[in-house]
Design a protein around this ligand. Sequence first.
Ligand code: NAI
Ligand code: MG
Length: 330
Amino acid sequence: MKRICVLPGDGIGLEVVGCAVRVLEAVAPGIELLHADIGQSAFAEHRSYLPEDTLELMRTCDSTLFGAVTSSSDPGYTSPVLTFRKSLDLYANLRPVKSLVRAVPKPAIDIIIVRENSEGLYHQEEAVDVEGVTTHRRVTRRGCERIVDFAIGHARERKRHDICCVHKANVLRRSDGLFLDVFRERMANAPDLAAKDQLVDSAAMFLVTDPRRFDVMVTLNLYGDILSDVAAGVAGGLGFAPSGNIGPEHSVFEPAHGSAPDIAGKGIANPTATILAAAMMLDHIGMSREAREVEAAVSGTYSSGHLTVDLGGRHGSGSFTDHVLQRMGA
Ligand code: NAI
Ligand code: MG
């Protein structure tokens, strides 16, 4: 029996994970769901934003479904998200973004962003001196190789045609230059895929004006974080962007968005990203049939005109999920 660690976290994390859990229970009643604490709620209970018991459960389960946490300005705060990404060696962040709703007055988008998830500016080494602060941005050859290889493998698996390396090698000549060099080296051995590259600033513009020029994108950590929210905006908002943190042994699936304190507790958060993250997780643990069933139910719910509040529709988290469950015959 597959065992899944469930971490609702804070704010709308609780609401959207609750919806995804209902979908998982319906589509895969055989999997065991084990809840644990993370974020502010964990701190209140255990004086830790990521208790050791939670991390241990994540390590021993087949995968984890995570909602979101609310950051703290407390000087002693360390992000539980960055901590589990590092502790579990989740070096790849996979962010597919696809338009599900034709009503959105924006060009259709269907891209996969593969974001390096362990290095770059998220290395988090900051040195303070009298004049200011220096942040170290770490880019290693091994880090570049494994994320580019991951992107190539994923592009082939999903029958995609090209990979675009997004970088700023014109300014960051050594670090982004290394990323681009490794991309070119690895793509030379992948003649079945077209290799392109684009500077990050113009890539951001093209994502908005002409997203169809991208298929799979591979990029460094901070660029991937920012560009995936831009892409989500094109698809209708942050409620549409699922995300998978993947490593050699462990994985964590989550919506790309945060805890959205501005709408928390109102029942209007769009659960789509989290339900689709649960589908990505099902795929990852070998339950592809169930994953396709969930994806079809979500897109069928939208195409039959059931729109969520963020799109100007009338469905809150619960009633949208009811429709998804109905389509799955649950
Ligand atoms: P956010 O992603 O929480 O929200 C940005 C905007 O998008 C808000 O207006 C929010 O209402 C809207 N939004 C987000 N998800 C939505 C959904 N499912 N349905 C409808 N609307 C949605 O980002 P923000 O406001 O920058 O950060 C809020 C908190 O979340 C901060 O404490 C931040 O540190 C944390 N955060 C946590 C993440 C994580 O746990 N992985 C990721 C990003 C932010
Ligand atoms: Mg982000």
